[in-house]
Design a protein around this ligand. Structure first.
Ligand code: FES
Ligand SMILES: [Fe+2]
Length: 392
């Protein structure tokens, strides 16, 4: 008669093959092997386990007793119950179902309470799915590595997996993104909002210059009547493009005010970099304002904007926050309305030049995937600097 563990192993192998055949992850249009912000740093404290979802992967996050943030797949490799129903005890996450214990920072199983001295199961070869984790600018960033994905699929189904999730040394990963700051003292705010759409729609909405006068009409920003023709210079940068340093729109009150305060011109540089980062740096003399918006895929029908801004301009947080909130809310409402239309799979258009940045985004994404597939260097969709013209 086969032992219990042999029977289970057979069953798991079958299950794991089924799981891999039906895994839909590859066609959701997500970019793997990048850092994404999962939760705010302040949300994980004490013994609390917090859940998040990135790229349709359920995660459980927490902090070990020495303060290190960790992220595991929110699924016990034994029967799949979310580990977030279990408990965190210093360095160990314990599953609520059969009490299997996992090292929070590596996902490695350290104890299976039901085993007897007769059992030969190698506990240390079992892993819960595990993702690299770093904190920057008040966010917990999680590196959504496709190898962790494979490994966690493996550990979900197979006892004695040979590729170990979390075994890729952190040293080989790029650093998590960090907001540029230009003085020791500054103010900082964080805002976020969810958009009921695919990350691609969120991103092209973020970089779309033509909606401003319609969606963001307000006295402090710009009015519909103020629409005028603009020409902006763009240049290619690695994995993205830059709106070359320029003097920002003269019809925006905040920029006029900044120039008045320093007596020096304001320069604005706006970058977009894959997978999802838009950064803007405004500088005038010693004064600066730096912001970053990321659009992070949660599910294929849901994404989240995380906006962080830091500055040393004399602007109280209490004044800036409501304006920024209103701005984001205007975008969110528009995307909620857009999602209504997108339900019916309409044909869409991207026009020159106002939608050229959206075209670059899609081309960057496609070319990156192609270069990962072939191993050849990535082809940048821009061959050099180019001026775009639009009215906004
Ligand atoms: S399901 Fe987690 S220990 Fe059994
Ligand atoms: Fe907007």
């Amino acid at each position: 008669m086969p032992t219990m563990s042999e029977a289970m192993r057979t069953m798991f192998q079958t299950n794991s093959e089924t799981a891999r055949e039906t895994a839909p992850e590859s066609d959701a249009g997500f970019l793997w092997d990048f850092w994404y912000p999962a939760v705010r740093s302040a949300e994980i404290r004490g013994q609390k386990l917090v859940t998040a979802m990135l790229l349709e992967v359920p995660l459980v996050l927490g902090r070990t007793s020495d303060g290190k943030a960790f992220a595991m797949r929110d699924s016990c490799p034994h029967r799949g119950i979310p580990l977030s129903y279990g408990r965190l005890d210093g360095e160990i996450v314990e599953c609520c179902y059969h009490g299997w214990r996992f090292d929070a920072c590596s996902g490695r199983c350290v104890e299976i309470p039901s085993l007897t001295s007769q059992d030969k199961l190698k506990v240390e070869r079992i892993f819960a799915g595990h993702y690299p984790c770093e904190e920057r600018d008040g966010y917990v960033w999680v590196y959504m590595s496709s190898s962790s994905r494979t490994a966690s699929d493996t550990s979900r189904g197979r006892v004695g997996a040979d590729d170990e999730p979390g075994s890729r040394p952190l040293g080989t990963l790029p650093a998590a993104p960090a907001l540029a700051v230009f003085s020791e003292k500054y103010k900082i705010i964080h805002l976020s909002c969810e958009l009921p759409s695919h990350v691609d729609q969120g991103i092209i909405g973020l970089m779309d210059p033509a909606h401003g006068p319609f969606v963001h009409q307000s006295w402090f920003w710009r009015k519909r009547a103020s629409i005028h023709e603009k020409a902006k210079q763009f240049e290619p940068i690695p994995n993205g493009f830059r709106m070359s340093p320029h003097q920002p729109s003269a019809n925006s009150a905040p920029y006029r005010l900044l120039a008045k305060m320093t007596g020096e011109p304001v320069t604005t540089t706006i970058d977009f970099v894959l997978p999802n980062l838009r950064t803007e740096i405004d500088r005038s003399g010693k004064l600066w304002f730096s912001s970053r918006a990321t659009v992070t895929p949660v599910r294929r029908d849901l994404c989240r904007i995380d906006f962080v801004a830091a500055w040393n301009v004399p602007l109280p947080v209490a004044i800036f926050r409501p304006f920024a909130k209103k701005f984001l809310r205007q975008d969110q409402l528009t995307m909620i309305q857009q999602a209504e239309g997108l339900k019916y799979n309409p044909h869409l258009m991207l026009i020159d030049d106002a939608d050229r940045q959206a075209k670059w985004y899609f081309a960057l994404k496609a070319n990156l995937l192609e270069s990962r597939r072939t191993g050849a260097p990535m082809v940048h969709p821009m061959t050099g600097p180019v001026a775009l013209r639009w009215r906004s």
